[in-house]
Unconditional design. Structure first.
Length: 406
């Protein structure tokens, strides 16, 4: 423990996150969003999301040590990867700001605030990228540095200004984006999945600020004659990787969460209709046609359609008096009004099935109730059919109430 305390770089070097892990997660987020982006390409918000994810993937691909060395070797220019990586990081910073501006200020092309903010972000960060390449052309950086270029050339004319420029531009963008995201995450109109997605995005941008602080501190230490290079080489890279992982999760979570929640809702609704569905099968003389497996939405639609198709002609056999007495008996037994209504409807449907079985074609069928409520409330009725003990108890109370004189 003492050795780790004296040499934090030793501990941080063990906490290495491969650049390909956040790249894979960012690519997954891009793949998930890509169909929607292509289908709704005119939507500026989706274009901003796609641009940010694409640039984030490019940053981690081109900023990995192996790619840095390969680019330098292929071009024959030592450290050419420096302005390339700095430009990608700067473009990513601008893309994050554009996304937040588009997200927060609405999607109307006539939004003056949005158009003005976008114009300033594009102009300022485009100027920064141009300045990065101009400074590199004037700088003298003959020794290739794959991992510690920021600190190695911290005192070199023009390289010093280039390093400071990209770090300041990145810090400014992350500070603004992080503040806007956290403020937005605390608004009340958001659904839970989007709120958690924004919190993950906010945490991701906070780790970006850790990256910037580590880099700036290490560079500043070089200027003052000290050596804190481990902040730049051992702390900043894992902070950037964690940031990318959280940003990717922030984009994936709302989409995946809403998708899984919708699937769970459909399956639960399909399962809840099972008791009423099985009861309608017994009431149907034609049986159920064979159907192939289908998506949850279609399976639920088929089940709802079958239940309503059988329930509609059955409604004319329902004894409205029995339904009313059952409802009063359920209320007297302490059931809430909604559940009492479902129990009464279930009892009336069971009685109607018995009536139809004993007299399929009566000379004068009873005038049934308006079937609108029955067809609309099939889910609570089906849930009530699971409670056979409650049904029998309410049915007994309803039958006893008939014997009581008015």
């Amino acid at each position: 423990m003492t050795l780790l305390a004296l040499d934090p770089s030793g501990f941080l070097s063990e906490f290495y996150i491969s650049f390909w892990i956040p790249t894979a997660l960012l690519t997954a987020a891009l793949v998930i969003k890509l169909p929607t982006i292509i289908r709704l390409w005119r939507d500026p918000l989706l274009r901003a999301v796609g641009g940010l994810l694409l640039l984030a993937c490019a940053v981690f691909v081109f900023c990995s040590p192996s790619t840095i060395h390969r680019v330098n070797r292929l071009t024959g220019v030592p450290n050419l990867s420096a302005p390339l990586c700095y430009s990608l990081i700067t473009a990513l910073s601008a893309s994050g700001l554009l996304l937040i501006v588009t997200w927060r200020n609405g999607l109307s092309d006539h939004s003056v605030v949005r158009r003005c903010a976008i114009r300033w972000v594009v102009l300022v960060y485009s100027g920064v990228i141009v300045a990065l390449w101009v400074l590199f052309l004037f700088a003298h950086a003959p020794v290739e540095r794959v991992r510690d270029l920021d600190t190695y050339y911290a005192g070199t004319p023009f390289m010093r200004e280039e390093i400071l420029l990209y770090l300041c531009a990145h810090t400014l963008a992350c500070t603004i984006a992080s503040q806007l995201i956290w403020n937005w995450a605390h608004t009340e109109e958001l659904d839970a999945w989007l709120r958690w997605g924004l919190r993950l995005l906010g945490a991701g941008y906070a780790f970006n600020l850790v990256f910037d602080a580590a880099k700036l501190t290490a560079v500043g230490a070089r200027w003052s004659g000290h050596e804190l290079d481990w902040l730049s080489t051992d702390l900043a890279p894992p902070a950037a990787s964690l940031s990318a992982i959280l940003v990717a999760a922030g984009f994936i979570l709302p989409h995946a969460g809403q998708y899984l929640h919708e699937r769970w809702r459909l399956r639960r609704a399909h399962r809840e209709l099972r008791p009423l569905y099985l009861l309608m099968r017994t009431a149907s003389g034609d049986g159920v046609p064979f159907t192939l497996r289908a998506a949850p939405e279609l399976r639920l639609t088929r089940r709802e359609t079958f239940v309503r198709d059988v329930l509609l002609p059955l409604a004319r056999y329902i004894d409205t008096g029995l339904a009313r007495r059952s409802y009063d008996a359920a209320l007297a037994a302490g059931h809430p009004a909604d559940h009492a209504r479902a129990l009464a409807a279930a009892i009336a449907i069971l009685d109607a099935i018995e009536r139809k079985r004993h007299d399929p074609e009566p000379a004068e069928p009873a005038a049934g109730p308006d079937p609108t409520d029955l067809l609309r409330d099939i889910a609570p009725i089906s849930r009530a059919l699971r409670s056979r003990e409650e049904i029998e108890a309410v049915r007994g109370r309803a039958a006893a109430s008939v014997a009581v004189p008015e």
